[in-house]
Ligand binder design. Structure first.
Ligand SMILES: NC(=O)c1ccc[n+]([C@@H]2O[C@H](COP(=O)([O-])OP(=O)(O)OC[C@H]3O[C@@H](n4cnc5c(N)ncnc54)[C@H](OP(=O)(O)O)[C@@H]3O)[C@@H](O)[C@H]2O)c1
Length: 315
């Protein structure tokens, strides 16, 4: 058993789960995977243990539990789940607790799954993007970006990973093509005529593992990753090819998207508008080249869709 441990938060979820699988799949067995969860007896936690990971308790709302969970680890992967509570303040507190615990536990290299603080490009008084909750532009981005300074000052040496839109959102997050009342199938996303960087969820953990393989020398570096960067019509054309029905693209106006009414619709709408206004300035921080250098098995959208077309609900 290798003695270098990577402690993984979010291990029962998408990003951390992919990292645990990448560590366990390494034929050179360079690291031991330690999966951190609040629910030791969940099916997902049991499956990680059966696959060969250490499974330990840890809760981002309980700093002492984090220090125990990170103790003795060489590396720590840190991810927060905004969508569980929708509170940027709580997400910032969780990120800060995890950052500080990496340092107090003596971790050598942390990888923090962050996103941009959009308020750096769009100060609150900037009318191009609506202000939400009084002090945010894109709440689920801003708190993560705000936490970067805490990682820089109070955490173990940290690398920063910025992740693109998961293509799995087309399956689980209601973002995929839909049948309209007249029987046509439409992919509706608010892209403002721009392109959307996306990535296969399983590739995220593999990229994070690539950062850990570079080691603490990669501390301070930012890795913005994507599998491919496509326009709305390009996504629709790929769906048409793989699903065997004509699918058109509707570039939904941002206000229409924000008014859809699902929890977080305003936050998501602002996210898309932020991407569209910044254009290339945003997209250059989500790079397939950067991702492929970390993870040579990186999937294109076509590859991902070939494997996942049957899981796309067209309801
Ligand atoms: N969807 C996208 O396109 C996209 C793109 C970029 C970034 N993101 C970001 O990705 C993040 C979510 O990551 P994910 O998709 O990997 O999550 P996920 O699949 O929804 O799983 C959530 C994970 O977080 C853990 N967790 C939640 N609260 C916790 C707490 N208080 N203490 C310890 N662990 C906790 C859960 O562990 P247990 O339940 O086992 O404790 C679980 O493993 C979000 O913040 C989102 O903004 C998403």
């Amino acid at each position: 058993m290798p003695d270098k441990i990577i402690a993984v938060t979010g291990a029962t979820g998408t990003q951390g789960g992919g990292l645990v699988r990448a560590i366990l799949a390494d034929p050179e067995r360079r690291f031991t995977a330690r999966a951190i969860t609040r629910k030791l007896d969940s099916d997902k936690a049991r499956a990680l243990a059966a696959a060969g990971a250490q499974v330990v308790a840890g809760d981002a709302d309980d700093p002492a539990s984090l220090e125990r969970a990170f103790a003795g680890a060489h590396g720590a992967f840190v991810v927060t789940n905004f969508w569980e509570h929708f509170s940027p303040e709580r997400e910032l507190n969780q990120a800060a607790a995890m950052a500080r615990a990496t340092k107090s536990a003596g971790v050598r290299h942390a990888v923090w799954s962050t996103l941009e603080d959009t308020r750096l490009a769009f100060p609150l008084e900037d009318p191009r993007l609506k202000t939400l909750q009084g002090k945010y532009k894109v709440p689920h981005f801003d708190a993560k970006g705000e936490a970067d300074a805490i990682f820089a000052a109070e955490a173990a040496p940290t690398s920063y990973m910025m992740v693109a839109f998961y293509w799995e959102n087309f399956i689980y997050f209601g973002q995929g093509p839909r049948k309209t009342a007249d029987g046509k199938v439409v992919l509706a996303l608010p892209l403002g005529g721009g392109k959307l960087p996306g990535i296969a969820a399983e590739d995220i953990g593999r990229c994070a593992y690539g950062i850990f393989q570079r080691g603490p020398d990669a501390a301070g570096q930012r890795f913005g990753i994507a599998g491919e960067v496509l326009s709305g019509p390009e996504y629709a054309a790929a769906f048409s090819r793989h699903l065997g029905v004509p699918i058109s693209f509707y570039d939904m106006p941002f206000d229409e998207y924000r008014a859809l009414g699902f929890p977080g619709a305003d936050d998501m709408g602002n996210m898309y508008e932020h991407h569209a206004i910044l254009g290339e300035e945003f997209r250059r921080h989500r790079s397939p080249e950067v991702a492929r250098a970390l993870n040579p098995a990186l999937q294109s959208f076509d590859t991902w869709l070939r494997a996942n077309a049957s899981r796309i609900p067209l309801g």
